[in-house]
Design a protein around this ligand. Structure first.
Ligand code: GLY
Length: 581
């Protein structure tokens, strides 16, 4: 049984739940843990810790740590288990980014396993005869899928920084796919919500819906035999099963039957990459976050550099004055994102300039201390639409202090909704993260420029921001979030809450957040920011828009004095779990 020493009441509930859930298809235990979970103080531990958005995956991660694996082994285990138990975002048909810090080595390594455009893709591929963006094709067709990177990325992490074999790391996922697991209320709910799209595709309907079309309910056992077979092939043959062998052939057959773009040579050519993360300094802390093809790291550092010029603590957390400056910094960073950011293997991204303190000084001077600036004064663009983002982030620390911060995704919830027939996994719809047409917003309302135009083999720009903060070379804070374009501002605010406002990590994660992304010219605010503050911001010219919850942060803080590890699971995703040793 897996019990958290530091939170015995919750640990007992969870263990009870996991046992009961496997014996009796009951939702009672799930409801109990969701209702009783304490989300006001961080969970503490001297040992290993995993925070992930799905309990079976977090549990498998911790079990692997207890069995002698390091944080990287546990991350690979967690990532593969989520591909089985959390199909809305966990995946082998998508991609993502991992940051890790191992041993006494002060360096932080970044693994880029973002999807790539297939060779047949081109700049105008999603334009219709009239030159308009065909959003259905860029989001829900076989052409929406980029060449998946997850299998290559997790395997590379294991090979370079782990201690386990791929077969060992895949074993828990294979078992859960083969023997099935009990559907949680949150999975049942997501299947209900996404049924229209998923049921369009017979291979997806066969997995997630009964013969009468009804979705799997909480408490029922979900077995995924095709996925188990695919995972077994990878365990036996390595990544070549996915990129050259049987699985690759199934992906290509799926594409050929449905006007998709991915070819065998696209799959064969795919490689995950180890990259230098973006590095910055903020008030004496070292900030490491993801470099292109993600925009996350550079804009987090850029905004921190701007905000470092203020005494944020004395301005007060979420006061109108401090939010005014945050909004100003966000607006400028996202305007730069639209212009400069793209895959740095294809375009020159001025990373040094964007993350320079001198540039931040220049930007800071552009923020009017009293009045909001209109988006059009900064740069023109079109109004966007916004759809639900679904990505997932997990963080891991092992006993020795090695840390992993991993964000990966299929893009939308369940990606394109298309399952590769006979292979049992969903395909991403990440091609929509490219700029299909300059000045036309993607699903997150993000405007892109030519730097993020589609080109063969190019990677689409991301906002995923797995982040590690260290102090004097020692990890202090490990965090990240889902949330599409909101990921960057979510991570920024949690950093400020801890580093400036001295909040404990759980309070920092809980605190209400805002988001501004230049276009639309709106400040999205969560519930919980005082109406007086919002009135003051409105008087200054900010366009306030009440928003649903933004992001879902998984974080670990390591107390620099005691070494105590403190985990935080975002209450915005009540099924997120902390497992500790
Ligand atoms: N698909 C969302 C992102 O990568 O930012």
């Amino acid at each position: 049984m897996l019990l958290s020493k530091s939170a015995p009441r919750f640990g007992v509930q969870l263990s009870l739940c996991l046992s009961l859930c496997f014996i009796t298809p009951s939702t009672w235990a799930w409801q109990t843990i969701l209702n009783q979970q304490d989300r006001f103080t961080p969970e503490q531990s001297q040992g290993a810790m995993v925070v992930a958005a799905e309990p079976l995956a977090a549990q498998a991660g911790l079990t692997s740590l207890k069995a002698g694996g390091n944080a990287i082994d546990a991350a690979v285990v967690t990532g593969f288990v989520m591909a089985v138990t959390y199909p809305r975002a966990g995946n082998i048909g998508g991609g993502g980014f991992m940051l890790l810090k191992k041993g006494q080595d002060a360096a932080v390594h970044a693994i880029d396993y973002r999807e790539k455009a297939p060779a047949k893709a081109h700049k105008d591929i999603f334009l219709d005869a009239k030159g308009h963006v065909d959003k259905h094709r860029s989001r829900f067709s076989h052409q929406a899928a980029g060449v998946p990177g997850t299998v290559a990325g997790l395997a590379l992490a294991l090979e370079r920084f782990g201690t386990w074999s791929l077969a060992q790391a895949l074993a828990p996922a294979i078992k859960l796919a083969e023997q099935g697991f009990i559907v949680s209320p949150s999975l049942a709910d997501s299947l209900q919500q996404r049924q229209q799209n998923l049921k369009k595709h017979p291979a997806s309907a066969d997995i997630f819906y009964h013969a009468d079309g009804s979705p799997y309910q909480a408490g029922e056992r979900l077995i995924q035999s095709d996925l188990a077979h695919s995972l077994k092939l990878i365990a036996k043959q390595g990544t070549s099963a996915f990129y050259q062998g049987d699985i690759a052939k199934k992906i290509v057959a799926e594409m050929q039957a449905n006007q998709g773009l991915i070819s065998l040579s696209d799959l064969q050519a795919y490689r995950a990459k180890i990259r230098q993360p973006i590095q910055g300094q903020y008030r004496g802390y070292e900030i490491f976050s993801m470099s292109p093809p993600s925009s996350g790291g550079v804009h987090i550092v850029q905004m921190l550099n701007i905000l470092e010029r203020l005494e944020l603590k004395s301005l007060g957390h979420n006061s109108a004055e401090s939010l005014h400056w945050l909004i100003g910094a966000m607006q400028l960073a996202y305007a730069d994102r639209a212009t400069y950011l793209g895959d740095s293997d294809f375009v020159d991204v001025p990373l040094q300039g964007l993350s320079a303190k001198a540039y931040a000084k220049h930007l800071f001077a552009q923020i009017d201390p009293e009045q909001a600036r209109l988006a059009r004064e900064i740069k023109a663009g079109n109004a966007p639409v916004y759809e639900s983002p679904e990505t997932t982030h997990f963080v891991i620390i092992d006993k020795a202090g090695n840390v992993v911060s991993n964000t990966y995704t299929l893009n939308f919830s369940f990606g394109s909704g298309i399952t590769v027939s006979g292979a049992g996994f969903l395909l991403n719809n990440q091609m929509d993260d490219f700029s299909a047409k300059v000045g036309v917003a993607n699903a997150y309302g993000l405007i892109g420029g030519s730097a993020n135009a589609i080109a063969p083999h190019k990677k689409m720009l991301s906002s995923m921001s797995p982040t590690i903060v260290s102090k004097d070379g020692k990890p202090l804070l490990i965090l990240g979030s889902p949330g599409g374009s909101r990921i960057i501002t979510t991570v920024l605010q949690v950093l400020l809450n801890v580093l400036d406002h001295d909040m404990n990590i759980q309070t920092a994660v809980n605190a209400p957040r805002i988001h501004q992304q230049w276009l639309p010219d709106k400040v999205f605010v969560e519930q919980g920011i005082s109406p007086d503050t919002l009135d003051l911001l409105t008087v200054r010219g900010h366009h306030i828009s009440q928003s649903r919850a933004m992001g879902a942060v998984a974080a670990i803080y390591i107390d620099p004095d005691t070494g105590l590890r403190q985990g935080a699971a975002d209450p915005r995703q009540p099924w997120m779990q902390i497992f500790s040793d």
